[in-house]
Design a binder for this molecule. Structure first.
Ligand code: SAH
Ligand code: SF4
Ligand code: F3S
Length: 435
């Protein structure tokens, strides 16, 4: 077997794409290695959502230059969102890259690699016009019990800060029967938890009209043997009552909604083109809590969007305190050329952004801790993942609400469902005792 190193950056969609790349490479004799130095093929599946993501990849590209000098037969390709965005510029900047394959070309990987094996040379394919979705691609899943299943590709929302619609193309939903078939296959192989993926899962099916997201959720929930259904990401603008009801009425659909708010003032939300108002978001959060009292709500927040004043920032903090998220991913606004926000006036300076970010994190950490504190003494259902990173005796898993739980290992095995009594809730994790 030849060896392939696949470096994955960015979101779950990239993780899922990489699993399909690995699946395809398996058909032409490559197995995955974690050691870049011993690889015959190196793929970097990249992200460009923020500048920091791109910087990491440029660092890696530099490192790989030395490996390629030692091993000229090495094949080195860039895939994913940066590949889509930069195209052949990447090869001009770093000629040791053999190929650049865009986000719509995942299914061309075998063809491209074989071409380079036969006759060395550079290949760039970042055309994005394709509407036909490749089905039935082989997939080598990273997890043993949790599987990612993409339900739609692309994004139509064009939030003014965001590069994703430019590098992932327009929204295209898979047919419901294709999604259900992939879920059934995964469950048949022992997967217990399925996460449905899309940049905005609530607009699933708007293009083909065969099923909406609520219906898809219910159909996936009904797959025999499935234990947990998760989904991400939900755009607040079209999280419908039907979806909330489907979660409430489903048996296996986990009570966790990742509902990125991005900001907490109408002025900035409007400038971001998020389409909802704080009033509408507040209403939505209330509806979720009424119908799903156990649900956790998590979010993404950007600080330092162009024009954000101290007053806007404090109004946002107040909104965060009002909604009370279980946890939040918080980001410094990063200027992405080609997006409308990149050329807006009143860019916020870095020092100010950083101060605001740390203030926001303090506020959010306090809230996360308080919410978790309320779980002290309670018993929760956990799907066992395995030993934690630092200690073989301490095992980890997640609640239905997607909180990480740690406990001292007994007789349980990965993939088991166990009851854990929470004894030491913390900001990021819940420590407990297995029952
Ligand atoms: N489709 C998803 C997430 C896409 S990217 C959604 O709409 O929720 C993940 C997160 O990165 C976004 O929610 C946003 O908070 C953040 N993000 C996107 N572009 C950014 C930028 N230019 N600067 C900082 N954060 C950004
Ligand atoms: Fe980006 Fe907005 Fe689309 Fe999410 S919904 S991927 S933030 S444009
Ligand atoms: Fe990054 Fe592309 Fe995902 S830009 S966040 S990997 S869709």
């Amino acid at each position: 077997m030849k060896k392939a190193f696949i470096g994955v950056y960015g979101c779950q969609m990239n993780v899922s794409d990489a699993e399909r790349m690995e699946g395809q490479l398996g058909t032409i004799g490559y197995e995955r290695t974690e050691a870049m130095g011993e690889a015959d093929l190196i793929l970097l599946n990249t992200c460009c959502v923020r500048e920091t993501a791109e910087d990491k990849v440029y660092g890696k590209i530099g490192e790989i230059k030395h490996i390629k000098e030692r091993n000229p037969n090495l094949i080195f390709g860039i895939t994913g969102c940066m590949a889509q965005k930069e195209g052949e510029k990447l090869i001009r900047r770093a000629p040791h890259i053999d190929f650049v394959l865009g986000t719509n070309k995942v299914h061309e990987l075998v063809h491209v690699v074989k071409g380079i094996q036969a006759e060395r040379g550079h290949v760039v394919d970042v055309s994005i016009g394709e509407t036909e979705l490749p089905e039935g691609m082989p997939v080598t899943r990273g997890g043993k019990f949790s599987a990612w299943v993409p339900i739609m590709y692309g994004c139509n929302n064009f939030c003014t800060y965001c590069i994703v619609p430019y590098v992932r193309g327009r929204e295209r939903s898979r047919l419901p029967e294709d999604v259900v078939r992939e879920v059934e296959e995964a469950v048949g192989k022992g997967y217990k938890e399925i996460t449905l993926l899309g940049q905005n899962v609530n607009s699933y099916g708007k293009d083909h009209g065969k099923a909406d997201f609520a219906e898809l959720l219910s159909r996936v929930d009904a797959v025999p043997g499935i234990q947990r259904v998760r989904f991400m990401t939900s755009h607040p603008k079209d999280l419908s009552d039907r979806v909330i009801e489907a979660i409430r009425d489903g048996k296996h659909i986990c009570e966790h909604i990742h509902l990125p708010v991005q900001h907490g003032t109408n002025r900035i939300l409007k400038a971001m083109n998020r389409v909802y108002t704080v009033e509408k978001y507040r209403d939505l959060a209330r509806k979720i809590r009424e119908n799903l009292p156990e649900a956790s709500i998590t979010t993404d927040i950007i600080v330092g969007f162009p024009g954000e004043t101290e007053e806007d920032f404090h109004a946002m903090l107040d909104f965060i305190k009002e909604i009370r998220y279980d946890s939040a991913y918080t980001f410094l606004y990063s200027r992405r050329s080609g997006t409308p926000a990149a050329t807006m006036e009143n860019q916020v300076d870095e020092a100010c952004k950083k101060r605001r970010l740390s203030e926001l994190m303090d506020v959010q950490n306090g809230i996360s801790r308080e919410i978790n504190e309320a779980l002290r003494g309670k018993t929760v259902e956990v799907m066992v993942e395995g030993a934690s990173k630092n200690d073989d005796e301490i095992w980890t898993g997640r609640t239905r609400t997607n909180k990480i739980v740690l406990w001292r290992h007994g007789a349980e095995a990965p993939g088991d469902f166990v009851q854990v009594r929470i004894t030491q809730p913390q900001t990021w994790v819940l420590k407990g005792e297995i029952q």
